[in-house]
Design a protein around this ligand. Sequence first.
Ligand code: C2O
Ligand code: CU
Length: 459
Amino acid sequence: MRRRSFLHGSVITLGSMLLPQFAAKAMGEGKYEIIARHASHPLAGPDHPKTDLMLYGGQSPGPLLTIRKSETLEITFKNRLSEPSTIHWHGIRNLNEMDGVPGLTQPNVEPGEDFVYRFPANDAGTFWYHAHNMAWKQVSYGLYGPLIVLDDGEDLGLDNVVLVADDWRLTDEYQIHSDSLGSLHDWSHAGRMGNWLTINGTSQPEIPVASEGLIKLRLINAANARVMKFALEGDGLFEIVAIDGASCHPFHVKHCLLAPAQRLDVLIPAEKISNLMEVSNSLPVKAARFKAVKNKSKMRISRPRSTPWYEKPNIENAKHVKIHMQGGAMGNLSAAEYHGQKYSLRELAQEHSKLWAFNSVVGGYHNILAEVDLMQTVALDVFNDSRWQHAIHLHGHHFWVKSSEFEKNPFWILRDTYLMQPHQKAQLIFVADNPGKWLFHCHMLEHHAAGMGGVISVV
Ligand code: C2O
Ligand code: CU
């Protein structure tokens, strides 16, 4: 494959403004219908061929779902793909049976079948939804969309903007590079890296924003594996006010670092806004431009509450769960257990496409990492004993972690997906207040597919 280096340099100008998409068939307060189907979408703009994808509602990203805090969402999911699928509501502290993990919390929704997801939106914040069956493939084809739970007195608009970033691997014909899907090289290294950056489903869009006041950007990384880093051209600062949906004590950064599945809500004064750049590569690339528009709406962004959803629990009596992450290329995993049998890494890779393990067991839904009591405080003592970064995600709960993602001096934050560096140790602390079987896995989707996952059971 001739690789356009990750983020092409050429500019595609879009004549039309990119408006928030409320295109899901809204069927009354909090009720939506989402159809998953094959559809094509102009990822590269109007001057290039459309890309054949799998999409929700025929659009990329999928329909923007909004709901007010404390209300109930009801989404009728219609699977019109030619393969089974489910939807996971990433970051929602959900009812277990609505969590959308096939084989663990529900059966797969087969082609032609429907499934109704119904759950309360208890926390305000930035979330997203995505396919959870063979996610490494279905998400790479575009099966995801944003989900925003609005706080009291809050609305989306010119000063409250959703930006969904993705990193696609396209061929020279602007089609999904399907030959490399399932590549063991990707699975054993950093995952599937793309060569085409989009924001809200297109390359270098122009985003209308308010010309005055504060602007809140809600950044979502929907990529399979790419860790993205955003900056404002001219080095303006972002004020981070929420992390993975959860409000935090605000702090300023020059770079917004987002591992796959992570979200950041940031505030920028309108007069300071400039082009949004992606700077994870040595060559910074323009991700999006902003166009100042007079805001006619009466509603203004107010500073969000800076209190986290819940305080960091005391871990004196916590249940400690050791999680030793091993595997991947150039690692130290020589053999691991898979379906009750021990195999060498070579056999695992060649015969089962498995390359990663937690505590010497290749992950899957059968791999129960711990069983904990309801309301017990849990500390996951995680050791990334590999040469690779991992974006480790817990379903059904947010956890406290002493994060070194933003600054040299680590500090405690609440989030649902944490980016671990090679050889790093981290403690993920949470109160197991949500009963059910919850997946714990790497959100580099190829790593999960190749064994980096397990289950925390709360009973
Ligand atoms: Cu976005 Cu299993 O997760
Ligand atoms: Cu990983």
